[in-house]
Design a protein around this ligand. Sequence first.
Ligand SMILES: [Zn+2]
Length: 225
Amino acid sequence: MAELVFFSGTMDCGKSTLALQMDHNNSARGRRGLIFTKLDRMGESVLSSRLGLSTPAIEVGDELDFWEVVVECLTQGGRVDYVICDEAQFYTPAQVEQLARLVDELGIDVHAFGITADFRTELFPGSRRLIELADRVQLLQVEALCWCGRKATHNARIVDGAMVVEGEQVVVGDTGGESAGVVEYEVLCRRHYMRRMNSHAARAASPSPDTLPFDLDVCAVPPRP
Ligand SMILES: [Zn+2]
């Protein structure tokens, strides 16, 4: 029975690596699939992992219709047994519905990979729709770690070294689009997310430059704006 599965986790938890592995496992068994991604760190039309592997992929613009792409492929005599969707948090809710339709009406397995929440802890629209529609939501086993060593559960946006909690939902790293600052992301545990304590701030607050404060209760929770 075909399924729509949403593999979710924080940034740095190995989602793209697993997406590539999933494609490899399926194609090794003679199955044929299509690979999609959006705003990959390596640029357009490529699915890349931090471990250095990559594969060509179809770039998902807002106008792309998954149903049309797959039906077109089938019409031209192609075979589609499965679809792999990376960076699925960036897809529109309508596109997620198209993916569900591929499962239900064409019997195609859809494996979607994405992060659930943005740097403000709010769900991405694509992830929200996936959680609502998926047959299964699977939390990835490879856990990213906060600088303190705890499991990282939150994605923080860092602009010029300082953590921010307001701004546009999608700013890809290093584009400097928002305020011409250098934009980076860092995964944190909830405790340090709530305290706005990224690794840079922790180093600055540490009594010794060589040791990070592993139990830093001295840092006050910043007031809400
Ligand atoms: Zn932490």
